[in-house]
Ligand binder design. Sequence first.
Ligand code: HSE
Length: 438
Amino acid sequence: MADALKIGVAGLGTVGASLVRIISERHDNLAVSCGRAITVTAVSARDRTKDRGVDVSTATWYDDPVAMAREADIDVLVELIGGARGAAKDAVNAALARGIHVVTANKALLAADGVELAAKAEEQGVLLNFEAAVAGGIPVIKAIRESLTGNAMTRVYGIMNGTCNYILTRMEKEGLSFEDCLKEAQRLGYAEADPSFDINGNDTAHKLAILTSLAFGCRISSDDIYLEGISNITQDDIRAAAELGYRIKLLGVAQRTGSGIEQRVHPTMVPHDTVIAQVDGVTNAVAIESDILGDLLMVGPGAGGDATASAVLGDIADIAKSRPGAQTVPALGRPAKSLEPYKRARMRSHEGGYFIRMRVADRIGVIAAIARRMADNQISLESIVQHSTNGESDDAPTKTIIMVTHATTELSVRNAVTAMESDGYIVGKPQVIRIEKP
Ligand code: HSE
């Protein structure tokens, strides 16, 4: 049997601790599957005294992960620190500069510097593996990068943030408040260190940027993503969606259009009877539409220690099975220098259906005025419903209007909403949610 593969784990949080435990528990099976043992020979974390429920006493301890990446006796750096800058970035760069393989779950780092890091790995002839960076334990990177080679992709989309899906599901099913659901997601170890990255959509955007590059063979461009988080979603939206036959999910969508590639992250209405609408809790789902295979939907655990560690372990196993000097798989599916520049399709050209919910003054002519604004902007309505609005007995009477449009453009909807706001019958801020059809 070949020598053991020596790994250094930087970061012993939920995922790092799960990984160390699983490698220890499955040592013999991994050795048989990979043709060599996998051994954790170095670890690094902030607090040496903390009890993580795993034994790291046989590994060399480093307070500084960058020093570990530079000096430790390891074949692979496993980076589980997170964050686009600082120690995570420095440790990954140090490992690549030294010519050792890197496995990372760090979507923020890849979204910012993935192309440069991929180029460095290629120069050094080492692997940069990052299955755990997108959709937790779902093997979506490998599917797009390797299994679907040769397919032309048209759209990649999905639920890629377990925290948001967990919050939306519990808000809908149990009527809980946004804040309580978020606290529970944090307690369960799903949320980012700064949970605003989850709820504002940044985490989904990082993951989407990586998938876009893999799917469309272009450079990563996370700054070009249209972004809206879930903090404005209310029980009223969830109820209205249910009445109309939809559920609300935070989706990341990358789509090839006539004018370029559209990348967007926003709360989305998905038809209730679709598989993706039924994906609940921390579960993620990624749909890939391609020309040879057709439609593929991958569903599975999207966050949490063991699920993410499973993806990290798969990446480590690939390195253990690779042979020195053999050709390596380019990290982004094709050599970094042959990635196309990213051509952005403007969000205002986005085409699709829209849900619009607004509170309006209950007076003669309001519905007629709304209909006029819709017609002025070439928007055809699929449905319009009026509800009584409760709880404002001292105020002027209002009604809630809920509209669903047929396919139109973002620009038309923005113009129509601005025009209706200027008409003076809207109370508060209208809610606009895009509809995505599989
Ligand atoms: N905070 C992330 C999520 C963890 O909730 O999906 C996995 O990337």
